[in-house]
Structures are given as structure tokens and as C-alpha cells.
Ligand binder design. Structure first.
Ligand code: PMT
Length: 366
């Protein structure tokens, strides 16, 4: 008998257009995977950021899922430091590994810089640079990192350079849920040759509802053309004079099942689950494990996601918590503070290694 969910997934791919970037991203993933496979390096596909659901074909308005990309970008750095090559499938313009330290709006990179030799901004330590540069001369002054940020920035810079030189990071952007799903499927298929060495770390926040192409407006929805809903009690006397934009969304099929069963049957698959009600978290994580039969669900609560997460595997649930409630990503450059991803990623890798050992033992026993 045909699995109805499989029919809805096939229908989804058949009825939605693939993103124009798909051939290029697939080719990039293919070359990346081959390179690291040849060098016996493990590869993690890390998804990050929220997917959008456009309301118009020529998109002006869209529905978005919450995620700044902090979890994904931070985790990518820890995977790289542990020897993994990372395919970073991320929402365009969300946070990126390494540059995240200086690109966030609360951490503008310009605040870390000064002109060589410039004095008078003592609080930031520019005076320490001395006056030997060409400031004051006719030539354009050099731009330097303020003294108090140098150590931290040098450390980030060195890690970034190493990742680039060793080709450990492939950045592939998406925007819509459809482009995310097409690209996820394509990369998963490219990673099949890695077998158990492949890891999927699904931190992206993926839309559960979308507007199917046959109901999608081509042009910007005109507020003046939205029909009156005079029969609706809530519309009567509303500021819009009875006008309401009613959006009719279809469910996006759940693709995790397909990933586990068909696209990446040998890989280790880790998904994240975001909730806002703590009372629901464990239940929802267990539900996800039962439904998709993958390896690990990492649950987190919106308000506390930077300080604690819940690791849920078949038959066990374990909190991973930071000792303090300080958060490095909003610190402005202190290296003293601990990021929770520095605890999450080694825990995930430990489980990946356990799985590899188990598989190796099983294959030698045959
Ligand atoms: O980026 P930050 O600001 O740091 O935030 C990080 C985070 C809170 C977003 C992250 O830690 C997190 O929890 N990500 C998962 C959010 C979530 O619950 O997503 P979801 O409910 O859309 O998906 C849960 C799982 O189902 C995912 O593995 C997803 O791949 C899968 N899914 C979802 C929708 C769908 N149609 N098919 C799926 O298979």
C-alpha cells in the first residue's frame, strides 16, 4: 500500500518549482563531499535560520519562521574545530560562522576599528597605538583593530582562515521553504556516499504551512482589492472598514521521515525542536522521535535556548545546561563566556562516534 505521506511529498516536489540555484548548489555540494570523502573527513550538513513562505510570486510579503541563525552559525564553528567539514545550509543574510562575532547589529564591526595613531578616544584604547602611523599626513590613514579587541579578533581570524584554507566550510543560502526542501534533498543524496560518516544537524526553523502555487498571487496583493468580509462579526466596524486579508495555507509535508528513510538512510540525523511552553517540550521531542525514528532530538525553549537544551534519545532525556546565564554572542568580544554550542556539539559528536563504532562492530561480526 502507498504511504499517504510519501504521496504528499512527491506532490510537493512535483507541484512547486525548484529554485534556480539548485543545479549550482548541488554541484558545489558534490565537489565538497567528494573532496572530504577522499580525505576521509566526516561531513555535517548543518541547517540554520528560518524559512519563508511567500504570499506572492513576485514577493513583497512573506511569512517567516523565527531564527537568527545563532545556533547554526555557532555550532558550525565547533564542528569545524572538531575536524568536521560543514555544509552550512542557511537562510540568506542570517548569521554566518566566524563573521557572526562582528556582524550582528549589537556588535557592529565598525565599533572594533580605529584609525592608526588617532588619539582622543582613550576609553577604547586607540591611544595605545602611538602616533607613528600616517594619521595627520597627507596619505589615507590605516584602519586598525582597537587594542582591547585584538586578541579575540585574531583568534577568530585564524580559525576563519584555517577553515577557508582547508576548505572546511561550504555556504549555501536559501530563503523560501521550497528552496530549503529542494536543496536539502539534493545535498542529502550527494552525501549518501559518506554512509555513516555523514551527520545531519537540523537547526533551521522550517515552515509548517505554505501557499501552494495554484493559489499564489502573481503580483503584490493590493489592500484596496481585498474583499469585504461583511458577514464576519469581527470585521464589523473594524478599522479597515470590514476588509480582511484571509490567508489560506496548506500543510508542508514533514520531510524528516523521507530524509531518514530514503535520502540519508545511513547517516546520523539530529533534529531540533523549539517550543515556548516548557510543559510540552519533552512530549514533543518524544513524539518527533517516534514519528521519524531518527537518532536524536534536541529540545529547546525559546526564552532559555541559549542556556539549556534537552537531549532526547530513545529511552532517555538529559538536560545540557550552562553553569552561568551569561551569553557570549551578545558580549561584544569577551572570550571568557561559554556558549552552549560548545557543550552541544561535543555531545553530538560523542553520539556520532558511538554510532560509528557500533556499525563497525556489527559489520565485523557478520
Ligand atoms: O537561530 P537561533 O535564533 O539561535 O534559534 C535557534 C532555534 C531555536 C531556531 C533552534 O535551536 C531550533 O530549535 N530549531 C528547530 C526549530 C523547530 O522546532 O523547527 P520545526 O518545528 O519547524 O521543525 C522541527 C523538525 O521538523 C526539524 O528538524 C525540521 O527539519 C522538521 N520539519 C519541519 C517542517 C517540515 N515541513 N518538515 C520537517 O521535516
Amino acid at each position: 500500500m502507498t504511504d499517504p505521506s510519501s504521496t504528499s511529498e512527491s506532490h510537493y516536489f512535483a507541484s512547486n518549482p525548484p529554485p534556480p540555484t539548485l543545479p549550482q548548489h548541488t554541484a558545489q555540494a558534490n565537489a565538497f563531499v567528494k573532496h572530504h570523502h577522499t580525505h576521509s573527513r566526516r561531513v555535517v550538513l548543518l541547517t540554520s535560520g528560518g524559512t519563508t513562505v511567500p504570499l506572492e510570486n513576485q514577493t513583497v510579503r512573506f511569512i517567516d519562521n523565527f531564527s537568527a541563525g545563532t545556533r547554526g552559525a555557532t555550532s558550525a564553528e565547533y564542528f569545524i574545530s572538531q575536524g568536521y567539514a560543514v555544509i552550512f545550509l542557511h537562510r540568506q543574510f542570517s548569521l554566518l560562522p566566524f563573521s557572526r562575532h562582528y556582524s550582528h547589529s549589537t556588535n557592529c564591526f565598525l565599533d572594533f576599528l580605529s584609525e592608526w595613531g588617532r588619539i582622543g578616544e582613550g576609553e577604547d584604547g586607540e591611544g595605545e597605538d602611538g602616533g607613528e602611523g600616517n594619521a595627520g599626513g597627507a596619505a589615507t590613514p590605516d584602519v586598525v583593530v582597537k587594542a582591547k579587541y585584538r586578541r579575540e579578533m585574531l583568534s577568530v581570524l585564524r580559525k576563519y582562515r584555517k577553515a577557508k584554507e582547508q576548505k572546511l566550510l561550504l555556504l549555501l543560502p536559501f530563503t523560501t521553504v521550497t528552496s530549503y526542501l529542494f536543496t536539502l534533498r539534493a545535498i542529502a543524496c550527494e552525501m549518501r556516499c559518506l554512509g555513516n560518516e555523514a551527520l545531519f544537524y537540523l537547526a533551521a526553523a522550517v515552515s509548517d504551512f505554505f501557499v501552494p502555487p495554484d493559489r499564489m498571487a502573481e503580483h503584490k496583493i493590493q489592500s484596496g482589492e481585498v474583499p469585504d468580509i461583511t458577514t464576519s462579526t469581527t470585521a464589523v466596524g473594524s478599522a479597515g472598514g470590514g476588509k480582511k486579508l484571509v490567508i489560506d495555507l496548506d500543510p508542508v509535508p514533514k520531510f524528516l521521515k523521507r530524509l531518514v528513510e530514503q535520502w540519508a538512510p545511513e547517516a546520523m540525523i539530529v533534529s531540533f525542536k523549539l517550543e515556548t511552553d516548557p510543559a510540552l517540550l519533552l512530549k514533543k521531542c518524544n513524539q518527533s522521535l517516534e514519528r521519524y525514528a531518527h537518532h536524536l532530538v534536541i529540545g529547546n525553549i525559546l526564552a532559555t535556548r541559549k542556556y539549556e537544551v534537552l537531549f532526547v534519545e530513545e529511552g532517555s532525556a538529559q538536560w545540557v545546561r550552562l553553569q552561568t546565564t551569561t551569553n557570549a554572542s551578545s558580549s561584544g568580544g569577551s572570550s571568557e563566556e561559554v556558549e552552549i554550542e560548545s557543550m552541544i556539539v561535543p555531545e553530538v559528536i560523542k553520539r556520532h562516534e558511538k554510532m560509528l563504532l557500533k556499525k563497525a562492530a556489527a559489520s565485523t561480526a557478520i
